[in-house]
Design a protein around this ligand. Structure first.
Ligand code: FNR
Length: 343
């Protein structure tokens, strides 16, 4: 097995063992209860818009690399098929290895085969070139391209990148030269509003905050290191703070809320803070790996059903209305936003 494939398998094992954390800031959010909402569960419409994409549901199975070869195929097939069956979007894990090694492509292409009409996002890192971006999109006939930013993860990896120069320029170039929307995403350390503004300036219309409080790539990579960089284990902007930061000043950028999302209430809170879509990665992978394909499909259906129930209680019939639902921000998230001058 190649070193890259070994690393991917370790990622999954360590992601399962380090698990999802309990605090991503959404525990600081409380909805203002509505005693008599004037609508029925049947009135709820979950459709949403992210950048130029129109979607029938706000849920996304976020990017996860498989273990290389057969493991990648099994995971990609299950995630994409489940997304198709439940009518939600799905992102593939980084395609760089399949770009470099053509023999790996079938285990990625399977995603489109089992989900011919669904919304699928391609995925590459910010080291990608325009040509590589085009290959990644073609491989899946993708509806959008995610470009992930994972600086802390790379720094914790002994064999990781050390030079992050010119990445914004490459992102801008890709945005200009490909035909589908580009989504810039973090992987668990959050995105601040100043950087979101820079992304908007280079033409990005959708940002996935990938906030702190869920899967923790510092902990995952530290498990593979001899000399541990523990100072990165509690590093990052929480999911709630990151969404609220970006939303406060970038109303015309679409936000994908993600990082430690585990249930419909988390989804609702992430939307009410300003997200148009909500991504779940580690939690859903765990359900598939420790359970079955049927468990995965059932969990997604339950989350969508629960979201409709929560929206009914709040008296909001659309995602747009849920974005305006009144809420109170407590604790650490309130403190963070006050310190950052956001009210
Ligand atoms: C990831 N994630 C990820 N992101 C990305 O853009 N490209 C990738 O290849 C991967 N690979 C990957 C593997 C595994 C096993 C996990 C658990 C995650 C990051 C993922 O998309 C997401 O941003 C973070 O995991 C935070 O969301 P959760 O897991 O807290 O819901």
């Amino acid at each position: 097995m190649s070193k890259r494939a070994e690393r991917k398998i370790e990622h999954i094992q360590h992601a399962m063992s380090t698990g999802q954390q309990l605090k991503n800031g959404l525990e600081d959010i409380t909805f203002v209860h509505q005693s008599l909402p004037n609508l029925s569960v049947n009135d709820i419409d979950l459709s949403t818009q992210v950048g130029e994409l129109f979607l029938s549901s706000p849920l996304l199975i976020n990017a996860m690399t498989g273990g290389g070869g057969e493991d990648t195929r099994i995971i990609n097939e299950a995630l994409s098929k489940a997304a198709g069956e439940t009518n939600i979007a799905v992102a593939v894990g980084s395609q760089m290895s399949a770009i470099k090694d053509k023999s790996e492509r079938p285990s990625y292409e399977i995603m489109r085969k089992v989900n011919p009409n669904g919304v699928i996002f391609a995925n590459l890192g910010s080291e990608a070139t325009v040509e590589q971006a085009k290959v990644a999109i073609d491989m899946l006939d993708a509806n959008a391209l995610q470009i992930h930013l994972n600086v802390v993860q790379e720094l914790v990896m002994p064999e990781g990148d050390r030079d992050f120069t010119n990445a914004l320029k490459r992102i801008e170039n890709i945005t200009k030269h490909i035909s589908v929307p580009v989504i810039v995403k973090e992987v668990g350390f959050g995105i601040n509003r100043e950087f979101a503004f820079k992304l908007k300036e280079v033409g990005i219309t959708a940002i996935d905050v990938g906030g702190y409080g869920g899967t923790n790539f510092s902990k995952i990579e530290n498990l593979r290191r001899q000399r541990v960089l523990s100072f990165f284990n509690a590093w990052g902007i929480s999911t709630a703070a990151s969404i609220a930061e970006i939303h406060s000043e970038n109303q015309n950028i679409s936000i994908i809320g993600s990082g430690g999302i585990q249930n419909a209430l988390d989804v609702a809170k992430a939307i009410a803070l300003g997200s148009s879509m909500v991504g779940m990665a580690g939690y859903l992978l765990k359900i598939f790996i420790e359970g079955s394909y049927d468990d995965l499909v059932q969990e997604i259906k339950d989350i969508l059903e629960d979201l409709k129930i929560i929206m009914t209680a709040l008296g909001v019939s659309t995602i747009q209305e849920l974005k305006q639902a009144p809420l109170v921000i407590n604790g650490q998230t309130h403190h963070w936003l006050t310190e950052r001058g956001i009210h």
